[in-house]
Design a protein around this ligand. Structure first.
Ligand code: I3P
Length: 106
């Protein structure tokens, strides 16, 4: 699965808040066990990552609706094994559910 999501990093590790905390539009590409970020679909097809970011590994990742985040709608949370935590905002409920389902089965 791939598509545009708005992303915010909350945590850098289990005990450290992320330094860069603004919401950014990123084109997300889900592959078996990893999630890569690109500026847009074209950059994704050319394999040029967003700000040279390495795809995140989804081993031990937990993905769920961000019920505790009230400022935006259709937001889900992705917590990685190393403690990094991201929020992602989808355009609607259906898109959010598809991402959560796909991340669970990836
Ligand atoms: C952040 C930006 C985020 C905000 C975050 C700010 O500032 O305003 O939108 O998160 O608040 O630090 P900057 O753009 O200067 O990095 P929310 O939208 O969730 O409020 P936070 O540090 O309380 O997470």
């Amino acid at each position: 699965m791939e598509g545009m999501l708005c992303r915010k990093q909350e945590m850098e590790s289990h005990s450290k808040k992320a330094a860069t905390r603004s919401w950014q539009n990123v084109y997300c590409v889900l592959r078996k066990g990893s999630l890569g970020f690109y500026k847009d679909g074209k950059s994704a097809s050319n394999g040029i990552p967003y700000h040279s970011e390495v795809p995140i590994s989804l081993g031990e990742a937990v993905c769920e609706v961000a019920h505790d985040y009230k400022k935006r709608k259709h937001v889900f949370k992705l917590r990685l094994g190393d403690g990094k935590e991201f929020l992602f905002q989808a355009k609607d409920e259906a898109e959010m559910s598809s991402w959560i389902r796909s991340i669970h089965s990836s």
